[in-house]
Design a protein around this ligand. Structure first.
Ligand code: ACO
Length: 333
């Protein structure tokens, strides 16, 4: 039995904000941002919400897969920027899509979130509990940025990406049905290091009750950029090598490395450490910025829409970020 991605979708807010636009409202420049990160513009939400972006991305993924909302058994949204503490974004998406049969819940693993959600769906599918899952990564990070902190706010953007995943039998045939999908998950590996969590953090509400008063002050993303950089360039290549080993796939066989889009320098460094051609690392960060949990599925959908993915292609996907967390997978498309 294997888990296959049978459809993808994505959604970006209508409004784009270029580095040049930002340089008019803060002390920064296109040169500083693009030379250090590769980011040229990002989409920022005005009327869009994490749920509305998720619904649009998920609806497109279902359409791409030829699957009806009522067929979805499991709906997982990875996000750190849900519109409500409760209900979960996944429950909002369930309502928005009419996915009435689905069990819906959120996962918080920051920039690794989509990969954690994909692995969770895979586990449910492999054990036979569910057959069809919808996995979404979605963020409106702009609402947790301090727009007076130029060292963080220029890096991030808003958006959502989604994938429909389904359990298939050993022979590649859908259980009890025809072969209408492709792409098998060959291996997975993931990890967490809570001891280093504070290098990338955004505090929630503090205790506020009859025993202790804390005024309600908004908190924003804070980051030790250099520590995050060191974490990423050491952990991601090691994770990718482990998952390739687990899948029995040589790095040279991989057509694309679909990495979390944090920073071009991180991606270049990972490519170098893997001795892989950097041309095998497609990018969306130039026009999306860092969209945390949405980065990997947005990029995957862009590749799918462009026809870059062919049956049998070996693809590595890898997410890394807050927690600290990381997760990598090898899939055969
Ligand atoms: N525009 C202009 N100048 C800036 C800006 C800005 N937007 N932001 C910071 N600066 C200034 C700083 O004030 C500092 O000035 P100073 O030397 O006068 O004090 C100078 O630029 C250098 O600042 P650093 O923080 O040391 O810049 P650095 O070269 O480390 O680059 C960056 C920062 C790009 C964030 C880098 O640390 C990095 O790539 N980190 C990786 C982490 C990352 O990408 N995080 C994204 C989110 S986490 C994730 O998704 C995994």
């Amino acid at each position: 039995m294997t888990t296959r991605i049978i459809g993808t979708g994505s959604s970006l807010p209508r409004q784009t904000v270029t580095n040049e636009d930002l340089s008019k409202i803060m002390d920064t420049s296109d040169e500083w941002i693009s030379s250090r990160t590769g980011i040229r513009e990002r989409h920022l939400a005005k009327e869009e919400t994490t749920a509305s972006l998720s619904v649009e991305a998920a609806g497109k993924a279902l359409q791409n897969a030829g699957v009806l909302a009522e067929e979805v058994d499991l709906l997982i949204v990875a996000t750190i920027t849900g519109d409500y503490v409760t209900p979960s974004t996944a429950c909002e998406v369930q309502a928005g899509l009419g996915a009435s049969r689905a069990v819906a819940f959120d996962i918080n693993a920051a920039c690794s979130g989509f990969m954690f959600a994909l692995h969770t769906a895979h586990a449910y599918l492999q054990t036979g509990i569910y057959r069809t899952a919808l996995v979404v990564g979605a963020e409106t990070l702009s609402k947790i940025m301090d727009w007076n902190d130029r060292s963080t706010c220029v890096l991030f953007g808003d958006g959502a990406g989604a994938a429909v995943v389904r359990a298939f039998g050993e022979d590649g045939m859908e259980k009890g049905g025809s072969e209408n999908g492709f792409g098998g998950l060959l291996a997975f590996e993931q990890g967490s290091d809570g001891l280093r969590g504070k290098v990338l953090a955004c505090e929630g509400r503090r205790n506020n009750n009859p025993l202790v008063q804390n005024p309600l002050v908004p908190s924003y993303v804070g980051m030790d950029g250099q520590e995050v950089y060191k974490f990423a360039v050491s952990t991601v290549p090691a994770s990718i090598l482990r998952v390739l080993d687990r899948a029995g796939v040589d790095a040279g066989e991989v057509k694309y490395f679909v990495l979390h889009q944090a920073n071009i320098r991180i991606i270049q460094s990972v490519a170098k450490r893997l001795r892989a051609d950097v041309g095998k690392f497609p990018l969306s960060l130039d026009h999306c910025g860092n969209v945390s949990a949405a980065s990997v599925p947005i990029l995957l959908d862009e590749m799918n829409q462009k026809g870059m993915l062919e049956k049998g292609d070996k693809i590595v996907m890898s997410g890394f970020g807050g927690g600290l967390t990381w997760a990598s997978a090898v899939i055969e498309w």
